[in-house]
Design a protein around this ligand. Structure first.
Ligand code: IMP
Ligand code: MG
Length: 171
């Protein structure tokens, strides 16, 4: 396995992203993070600990990839949020934006819940794979079209625990 982004680089970038997110809201305003399971859980855990004190969080689960490395184009809600979003500053926290289909779906359903603002943070972006244009305000790293694992991202549910981003052999 080839290491694409070492753990230290991820951690340094997350501190920058946390500061960027914090400073983009007026002082004292609460920010509500919505982690997209399962891939977003490691990113969320590090991001939230690098942010200021006025943060709340919740989890949502969707499935976008049936199996393996190809998008089915179909998004299904597996677990909804515990609390409402009305009047809150919401940030979707996702592992990667690839075709953009998952985030488009999520942004549409969350926007319908009338948040005060809705933004999106993705650790990774693969712009060359985009099928729909989607706004992502906070991006950790832009990468080429290679299938990556680690730091929350899986291949067939494996490798989520790696502290770095790696390219699978043969990719
Ligand atoms: P999209 O709907 O095509 O943008 O897909 C987003 C989802 O596909 C992400 O949340 C990941 O779960 C998964 N995904 C996309 N690219 C990769 C990858 O390179 N490795 C692992 N999962 C990926
Ligand atoms: Mg995901």
């Amino acid at each position: 396995m080839e290491i694409l982004i070492p753990a230290e680089r991820i951690q340094a970038r997350i501190r920058e992203l946390a500061a960027e997110i914090d400073s983009s809201y007026p002082d004292g305003e609460e920010v509500h993070l919505v982690c997209v399971l399962k891939g977003g859980f490691v990113f969320m855990a590090d991001l939230v600990r690098a942010m200021g004190p006025r943060v709340t969080l919740d989890f949502i689960a969707v499935s976008s990839y049936a199996q393996g490395t190809r998008s089915s184009g179909e998004v299904r809600m597996l677990k909804d949020l515990d609390s409402g979003l009305e009047g809150r500053h919401v940030v979707i926290v996702e592992d990667i934006v690839d075709t953009g289909l998952t985030l488009t779906y999520l942004q549409d359903i969350l926007r319908a819940r009338a948040p005060k603002s809705l933004r999106t943070a993705c650790l990774l972006s693969k712009p060359s794979r985009r099928q729909v244009s989607v706004d992502v305000e906070f991006i950790g790293f832009t990468i080429e079209d290679r299938f990556v694992v680690g730091y929350g991202l899986d291949f067939a549910e494996k490798y989520r625990n790696l502290p770095y981003i790696a390219v699978l052999d043969g990719e």
